[in-house]
Design a protein around this ligand. Structure first.
Ligand SMILES: NC(=O)c1ccc[n+]([C@@H]2O[C@H](COP(=O)([O-])OP(=O)(O)OC[C@H]3O[C@@H](n4cnc5c(N)ncnc54)[C@H](O)[C@@H]3O)[C@@H](O)[C@H]2O)c1
Length: 345
């Protein structure tokens, strides 16, 4: 078992990583808490043991649609009816959907009450449950309504991951792959607990230095710019549907091609991206039949930035990742074509 801290002065908190650590939730329930709202989903077969405490379980629907204003309102009304007060606690037990939604409700209920995340997907353990970004979706876009609201603790019980469906697990590996470019070293050389802990330590360090993503925290979005576009186009039926982490894996390879075609990295660094993604058993080719032109509306989200995009890219000169602004459509088309051409030797 390992404990890593996010250091944010009075908003600092521990992240516990280990096997069979679910019930450690009890160690993080302050004495003044009278009632606990446990937020989870029907099909998640893990619940911390809260026997003897006054708690109620609230199940929310499965899937991205659960991250909506209407589900958030229903949940807030439910916890109000239960009698949750300003000094009480929300415990989110689930993947990123549950932690984003429950965290958001906790952040606005009574203008903000404590919540604690029990992350039960690999993606939530290495990413979503840490860092205090909460939110729900609007028809106009993902995560458009949300808040920065830090949890009071995060529990990453790696034994809960054994019940995940294999593709969900693999999606978490997509986020893990990203950390290999953020200095984690080879994650497959570690056991699962230690690999999760390594990713958590990196995320915690970035959040501690830049809580609101004004600077370096943005580097955690490596692979996500094209990844999000590909994921969204899949959801819109324009290509095969990919899980988030699968799309991120392709986005990592794309970012490497972009950096390579801009002269920022050489073949060795480009090939390293293929190697990491392949080693993790993730997809590394652009989805069949997808037209690069269709990605621009997603890449140029800020309407004022038409024709000029922002990517996180590797740079040999900077010896790491950088936020690069002013990437043109022509740059993206060239990198896309190079990636379609196949794996370089
Ligand atoms: N807040 C952040 O910083 C952040 C970062 C990354 C992603 N996210 C968000 O996270 C969400 C995706 O999260 P996710 O990939 O964890 O998906 P998810 O929460 O939808 O979980 C995937 C599926 O696995 C099930 N499940 C969860 N734990 C299980 C377990 N232990 N055993 C069996 N089934 C289990 C869930 O019920 C669900 O059906 C997206 O909405 C994304 O926007 C947020």
């Amino acid at each position: 078992m390992e404990t890593i801290r996010v250091e944010l002065a009075e908003r600092s908190y521990p992240i516990v990583i280990g096997a069979e650590v679910l019930d450690q939730v009890r160690d993080f329930i302050p004495a003044e808490v009278a009632k606990i709202a446990v937020v989870t989903q029907e099909n998640i077969p893990h619940r911390p043991d809260l026997e003897g405490l006054d708690f109620r379980v609230f199940t929310v629907p499965d899937g991205e649609d659960a991250k909506s204003m209407s589900v958030a309102a229903e949940l807030a009304e439910g916890v109000a009816e239960f009698g949750l007060s300003r000094s009480d606690l929300v415990v989110a037990v689930g993947g990123g959907v549950v932690t984003d939604l429950a965290g958001f409700v906790a952040s606005v209920y009574y203008r903000g009450i404590r919540y604690l995340n029990v992350a039960t997907t690999l993606l939530a353990q290495v990413d979503a449950a840490i860092g205090g970004k909460t939110g729900v979706n609007l028809p106009a876009g993902k995560n458009l309504v949300g808040s920065f609201w830090q949890p009071s603790a995060v529990i990453c019980d790696v034994s809960t991951l054994s019940t995940l469906n294999p593709r969900e697990y693999s999606s978490g590996l997509g986020e893990m792959a990203k950390y290999e470019f953020l200095g984690s070293g080879r994650l497959d050389a570690r056991d699962l607990e230690s690999a999760v802990a390594r990713c958590v330590a990196i995320k915690a360090a970035y959040v501690s230095r830049d809580e609101r993503e004004g600077g370096k925290r943005a580097l955690l979005n490596y692979g996500h710019t094209m990844g999000h576009a590909i994921e969204a186009l899949g959801l819109a039926g324009k290509s095969e549907h990919l899980y988030h982490g699968e799309a991120v894996a392709i986005g990592l390879v794309f970012a490497a091609h972009l950096a390579h075609s801009l002269g920022r990295i050489g073949y060795n660094e480009l090939n390293a991206h293929y190697e990491v993604v392949e080693r993790m058993g993730l997809p590394r080719w652009l989805p069949e039949g997808l037209d690069v032109e269709e990605t621009f509306p997603y890449l140029e989200r800020d309407k004022k930035a038409m024709g000029s995009m922002t990517f996180v890219l590797e740079s040999a000169a900077a010896d790491g990742l950088e936020v690069v602004r002013g990437v043109s459509r022509e740059d993206v088309r060239r990198a896309w074509a190079e990636m379609l051409d196949g794996r370089p030797r």
